[in-house]
Design a protein around this ligand. Sequence first.
Ligand code: C5P
Length: 220
Amino acid sequence: VTAPDLVGRHVVVSAGGTREPLDPVRFLGNRSSGKQGYALARTAIARGARVTLIEANTGLPDPAGADVVHVGTAVDLREAVTKAAEDADCVVMAAAVADFRPANRVGGKIKKTDAEPEPIALAKNPDILAEISGDRARAGQVVVGFAAETDDVLANGRAKLARKGCDLLVVNRVGEELTFGTDVNEAVILAADGTETPVPHGPKEDLAEVVWDLVVSRFG
Ligand code: C5P
């Protein structure tokens, strides 16, 4: 039985991966399945939280008991997260947000012709996590980010934590058989106060529970 230590708290979790349209039938996307974000939402509900789940392109059914907002692009996700964060005690950015989007969204399907194809021009997306972290967070709000790293996991993670300004950064070890689309994960959770919590290879629920333990300890 889980402790009801999130009763009275509103937590916002983003999950999945954004899709950035090129034309009406094509997009730039990524391999995020949304499973870690859903595990975070389910475990928070079990611990008594009110959960807003901002879902991007997972194809997963809505978890029972969550308020779910469905989004497509990084810009949609930013709007939904910013709004939900206004009265949230915690925001966890588990979604894989595209760093770039096609600069020009073409109105009709791009046709194949005999000519060489045009290169795709890209525009930068906003860094939502950086925008809602640090000075910009509500007083007492705990902001959690995720980072996928293949090598120099800790050094890259520490630099990213400082750059983003969030309270906690869950650094995933990603590799051939790790993380994307699977039900298991392995991570180190880095905190702005310098503490580092390794979470051994195991179900995404187990990692989610450790994230909530650390969040609860920061609520004071
Ligand atoms: O910089 P990187 O993409 O590795 O950072 C990952 C973290 O930042 C994740 O928590 C992701 O949700 C968030 N992010 C974001 N906006 C972006 C890119 C990433 O909020 N444009």
